[in-house]
Design a protein around this ligand. Structure first.
Ligand code: ADP
Ligand SMILES: O=C(O)[C@@H](O)C(=O)COP(=O)(O)O
Length: 425
């Protein structure tokens, strides 16, 4: 079994659906479960909200998640971070990877953020988002982890004391055996930052590292790892059931958006164009999340839920900067994340069973406020954005959308647009 630790909740569903697409029975848990695994699985993902928490917290939570996974049958660990390598100079990718490498006894740990289905590629050590270098992409304006460099080794170096080597695309394309030899020549306790621009490159990497105790990357390498693991072990699986969970998202849905990413802003604009009622939640100094949430829920009570309403705090870069300067970055984000969590709780109390959330940190806040234990993975509304059905007696249908994922219509479609049935039926 592969045990994956994701540093945010949208990343967890992204990597979970990558494993499921490769044919693995996959479960996702939000936080470390207080119980044993629910069902036999080939991949288990633990979603943590550790991308921007203090380094020590990220390390201790990730290590505890790894131990739970090992105790529940994981023979290989996968550390899932963002395909845009979202982190701050002090971490948390480096410190968490260091700790997981120590725990698993990894000699050389691959660092592979490339995820071609999401148009994240790496060439000569530089990460691209579509046609742009990471440092020139909208990620330079991210509210919590602005990415202003493109070299993955340069981003990682301040986060770890371990040696970092680049294995470039030409070396990757020599194939997995040659790549493996290059890995063998690297020093102990080192990182290999590895180029990949398509899925075949990732298969070479996955084959070169298939017997290693720890791999790290985004959903791209996870999909390749799943494919290689399945290729190797197909005959050993018994009762393989990789079918997506049968989730019916036809009930009215509500969207909550805290992402300020360029794509989410477009998706919000399309929701307005398509006539979905929308409420903008403003972060003001001394505002209490309870009051902001109560106002938002009072507004919800006046809406027809069949219209697919949206509650959002998202702002474009200049206005976002203004709020952050006035309130503080952490203060504003904590206020708005807590508010969104309380709104989600109020929605469930009102009988809403389908909630669409835009933003990784925002999804973390919402799912934690709803005290969701785990989920089954359904079909994808967009690449890397699967519908999920929560475990437990009162299941909810959730879509946790990474800020930058999905086409412009995704949010409108997901709250009740005409394409929902087509995608999920
Ligand atoms: N108007 C705003 N002012 C300040 N911070 C905001 C505002 N709206 C959202 N945020 C914060 O920005 C962060 C967005 O991160 P996240 O939800 O992970 O989105 P993404 O998936 O795009 O990275 C959250 O912490 C959110 O609370
Ligand atoms: O790898 C990715 O890009 C995503 O799975 C992811 O981690 C997205 O994070 P957010 O954009 O913060 O939702």
């Amino acid at each position: 079994m592969i045990g994956a630790i994701a540093d945010d909740f949208t990343g967890a569903t992204d990597v979970a659906v990558a494993f499921r697409r490769a044919g693995m029975r996959t479960l996702v848990y939000f936080g470390i479960p207080g119980h044993a695994i629910d069902a036999p699985a080939d991949a288990v993902v633990i979603a943590l909200k550790t991308r921007t928490v203090p380094v020590d917290d990220a390390v201790s939570e990730s290590t505890a998640a790894a131990r739970w996974l090992q105790e529940n049958g994981a023979t290989q660990l996968y550390f899932k971070y963002c395909s845009t390598f979202d982190s701050r100079p002090e971490g948390n990718i480096g410190p968490v990877a260091d700790a997981l490498a120590d725990l698993s006894g990894a000699r050389v740990t691959p660092i592979v953020p490339s995820s071609p289905p999401h148009r994240r590629t790496q060439y000569m050590g530089n990460l691209f988002v579509g046609r742009q270098l990471l440092s020139q992409s909208p990620m330079r304006h991210h509210p919590l982890t602005p990415m202003r460099k493109s070299s993955v080794a340069d981003l990682l170096a301040p986060q770890t004391a371990r040696p970092i080597a680049l294995l470039d695309l030409e070396e990757v394309r020599e194939g997995s055996a040659a790549l493996r030899q290059r890995v063998e020549a690297l020093p102990d306790r080192s990182y290999a930052v590895i180029d990949a621009i398509d899925d075949v490159d990732l298969l070479h990497v996955a084959r070169a590292f298939i017997d290693e105790p720890l791999l790290t990357g985004a959903a791209g390498l996870a999909a390749a790892l799943g494919a290689v693991a399945l290729e190797r072990r197909a005959t050993a699986y018994s009762g393989l059931d990789s079918a997506p969970a049968d989730i019916d998202p036809s009930l009215p849905g509500v969207a909550l958006a805290g992402s300020c990413s360029a794509r989410t802003l477009q998706q919000i604009a399309i929701m307005a164009e398509r006539g979905h009622p929308a409420l903008h939640v403003r972060a003001e100094r001394d505002a209490r999340p309870e009051d902001l949430a109560a106002d938002a829920l009072a507004w919800i009570d006046q809406q027809d839920l069949a219209d697919g309403p949206l509650v959002y705090s998202s702002l474009p870069p200049a206005e976002l900067r203004e709020v952050q300067e006035r309130l503080g970055v952490a203060e504003a984000s904590t206020l708005l994340e807590t508010t969104m969590g309380l709104v989600a709780r109020g929605l469930v109390e009102r009988g809403v069973t389908r909630i669409v959330v835009a933003g990784g940190e925002t999804s973390g806040a919402v799912v934690q406020a709803l005290a969701v234990d785990g989920a089954e993975i359904g079909l994808e509304a967009a690449p890397g954005v699967p519908w999920i059905r929560t475990l437990g007696p009162r299941p909810l249908t959730l879509l946790l959308k990474s800020g930058n994922f999905g086409d412009e219509n995704l949010l409108a479609d997901a709250v009740g647009g005409e394409r929902v049935g087509g995608l999920v039926a």
